[in-house]
Design a protein around this ligand. Structure first.
Ligand SMILES: CC(C)(COP(=O)(O)OP(=O)(O)OC[C@H]1O[C@@H](n2cnc3c(N)ncnc32)[C@H](O)[C@@H]1OP(=O)(O)O)[C@@H](O)C(=O)NCCC(=O)NCCS
Length: 182
């Protein structure tokens, strides 16, 4: 199984359809924490919907059009990082993330995002990486800033989930921008 170290006790790993039970359980356990911020916390409600999402990402990965990786701490699935949009022809992609509450505050997402960004720019030749977040999501915005991203603007009421429309801030990093970790 793919495994890249994020910290002495944490790793970035593959997350595949056969792991749907564990994925569904992870989302269910942390639903309250995730629901205000990420649409999939509203749509992954059981093993079947978890499997569908992981299958969709397996197909996107096979087609070079997206990717989803798990984050484990002490072996426990505590979060994920993904490219929900990945368009090599246009050179644009979007990065998304989440972590369980008890795994926050250790830089795991910052480190995972650095690895994904370096791979997208240097291996896949991407030009622009987007980070989309709600204006009230301070922890998410702190990650975008830590990664050296720039706030491009607000897409008003563009983000439809949980039966409501939300404003979405769009942050970006270009291949020509300085990367604070390099
Ligand atoms: C957004 C989210 C992933 C951020 O998680 P996070 O743990 O704050 O982010 P990181 O893993 O990068 O950790 C940063 C924290 O670790 C600390 N840290 C420790 N070691 C660090 C290191 N080597 N590098 C960077 N930060 C480090 C930072 O100081 C920061 O701490 P602070 O919260 O006290 O300021 C998380 O809050 C979450 O899942 N929220 C719900 C879902 C969500 O909003 N997803 C994003 C939608 S856009």
């Amino acid at each position: 199984m793919l495994s890249l170290p994020l910290a002495p006790d944490a790793e970035l790993t593959s997350l595949e359809p056969w792991q749907a039970d564990e994925f569904a359980e992870h989302i269910d356990r942390h639903r309250e924490h995730l629901e205000p911020w990420i649409p999939l916390a509203h749509t992954v409600t059981d093993t079947e919907s978890a499997r569908e999402l992981l299958q969709r990402y397996a197909e996107r990965q096979a087609n070079g059009a997206g990717r989803l990786l798990g984050i484990r701490q002490h072996g426990e699935l505590v979060g994920a990082i993904l490219f929900p949009q990945f368009d090599p022809a246009a050179g644009n992609c979007e990065l998304g993330v989440w972590l369980a509450p008890h795994a926050q505050g250790h830089g795991l997402i910052t480190k995972a995002a650095q690895l994904m960004i370096d791979w997208a720019f240097e291996v896949r030749g991407m030009h622009r990486i987007e980070w989309i977040t709600m204006p009230a999501n301070e922890r998410s915005k702190a990650v975008a800033k830590r990664l050296g991203m720039t706030l491009d603007g607000v897409m008003r009421e563009s983000y439809l989930f949980g039966g409501r429309r939300h404003d979405a801030e769009i942050w970006s990093l270009l291949v020509t921008d300085p990367r604070p970790w390099n």
